[in-house]
Ligand binder design. Structure first.
Ligand code: ATP
Length: 458
């Protein structure tokens, strides 16, 4: 973990938040490389969940919601972790994270009895700071989907089974944020609420567990390090009938990367209760809207409150897993080693770096610029020109940030060495195999595309 944290800081992936003021526990900032990796992971999720399917639509709801949402969702009463205080050093800890009944900070055994601590973050809205102004930052994106259920049903042509997908920030006032970006207080979730006919829910639950498992493997995670874990009944959240966690062997241990829950009709059912008719009418009868339930037409044409299957993944945990999996230290011989991030092409922040061999050779730099322009047009992703004059150093840097290809423009490329066969050709270096091949400039895009397609099919 320490090596990964150091690399993330050194190479512009992740920085501690507010570092110049001593940092803020549980918050992190994503640097120029980190934001690309994070966006690429989110894009891959959206592609898989929304664009490649016909039964899922997207949504982006607000992060602060009406306090009643969390009253009816059960979060105000039950979304808590057991908190203990150390009477000696005044440290505070999560009781279920303690290995023994002893303070992990000072070793004292004088701990208070555990008491529930609600994890929702509070804020106030408007100019008057009194209890009526109290609001909560959402602890999961899911509630934004449930309270918009009727809007989506009314405005889109959806029929169960169908899903609503959302990627966005969530906030939890974690008692002990730790393990780098694994447990933080502000994070992003990629959540799908997939609405199904009651009775078909167990089958859909298994389907989504398998889908999500395979998706993480496509993001480069080693199946040996990715495990399915059935949560025991006593650990289930207040809303869940069953939950399967996907656990990954993070540097600090095997822990939850994503949870796939069967939330039954708990949420739509509770938001349907005690609400005024207008705000909730969702049952659509032939051409006219009526009935005060968040309902849709079921298989037998009767009106039902659908059950919902929820795959819920943390973006930060995804980034950590992908980085950990990709981080490789290799011995190159003659006492030389290299660190390389073996990220899949679609996740790599920079796809290709173009390096002129001699930084002051105007002709060479111009050719490099032309190649960059051509590659940018091909929409492979982020392409950079790196004119440092030190190709060896550039290779090392790009290995560490996971750039799949480096292209070197040299004297042969510009015809200065007199070999006409090599004119307008460049060296393409593959990050993982270290193989270097000579290619005509005009074949670069097709070659990179072909290799990627082959690798994607594997
Ligand atoms: P944990 O038991 O580790 O606290 P959880 O079971 O409370 O997690 P869920 O409520 O199922 O988590 O949230 C869904 C996903 O959101 C998790 O699988 C995780 O990837 C992510 N997540 C939850 N809490 C955090 C956090 N504090 N920091 C980063 N990601 C989180």
């Amino acid at each position: 973990m320490d090596e990964l944290v150091a690399l993330c800081k050194r190479r512009g992936f992740i920085y501690p938040s507010s570092a110049i003021y001593g940092g803020l526990k549980g918050f992190f900032d994503f640097g120029p490389m980190g934001i690309e990796l994070k966006n690429n992971l989110k894009r891959a999720w959206w592609q898989h969940m929304v664009y490649l399917r016909d039964d899922i639509v997207g949504l982006d709801s607000s992060t602060i919601m009406h306090p009643d949402v969390f009253q009816y969702s059960g979060h105000l009463d039950t979304f808590s972790d057991p908190l203990v205080d150390c009477k000696t050093c005044k440290g505070r800890f999560r009781a279920d994270h303690l290995e023994k009944p002893q303070c992990p900070q000072c070793g004292s055994a004088t701990l208070t009895e555990p008491r529930p601590f609600n994890l929702m973050m509070k804020t106030t809205l408007g100019p008057i700071d009194d209890p009526s102004a109290l609001a909560y930052l959402r602890p999961e994106t899911a509630q934004g989907i449930f309270v918009n259920f009727k809007h989506v049903v009314d405005s889109m042509n959806v029929k169960i089974p169908f899903g609503i997908a959302q990627i966005g920030k969530s906030y939890r006032n974690e008692i002990t944020p730790r393990n780098f970006i694994f447990r933080v207080r502000e994070f992003e979730q990629m959540e799908l609420e997939f609405f199904v006919q009651p009775g078909s829910d167990d089958q859909w639950h298994s389907y989504w567990v398998e889908q999500r498992y395979q998706w993480w493997v496509k993001q480069g995670l080693d199946p040996i390090k990715l495990k399915k874990f059935n949560q025991p009944a006593e650990d289930l959240s207040h809303y869940a009938k069953a939950t399967v966690d996907l656990l990954y062997e993070f540097p600090h241990g095997c822990e939850e990367l994503e949870g796939i829950a069967n939330r039954t009709d708990f949420d739509l059912g509770s938001h349907s209760k005690e609400q005024n008719e207008l705000s909730l009418t969702a049952k659509v009868q032939e051409n006219k809207h009526s009935v005060t339930r968040l309902a849709v037409k079921g298989d037998d044409n009767s009106w039902i409150v659908p059950y919902v299957i929820e795959p819920s993944a943390g973006v930060e945990r995804g980034v950590l897993a992908v980085l950990h999996q990709a981080y490789t230290q290799e011995i190159l011989g003659e006492g030389q080693t290299r660190i390389v991030l073996k990220l899949p092409f679609h996740l790599a922040p920079i796809k290709v770096a173009v390096l002129p061999l001699a930084k002051n050779n105007t002709h060479m730099v111009e050719v490099a610029q032309r190649i960059v322009k051509m590659l940018k047009k091909s929409q492979l992703g982020w392409i950079v020109l790196e004119n440092t004059g030190s190709v060896g150093k550039s290779y090392r840097r790009h290995d560490e940030i996971g750039t799949p290809y480096c292209i070197t423009v040299d004297f042969d490329t510009i015809g200065q060495d007199g070999n006409p066969d090599l004119w307008e050709t460049v060296t393409l270096r593959d990050r993982d195999s270290l193989a270097q091949i000579r290619l005509p400039i005009k074949e670069l895009v097709a070659h990179i595309r072909n290799v990627q397609e082959q690798r994607d099919d594997e």
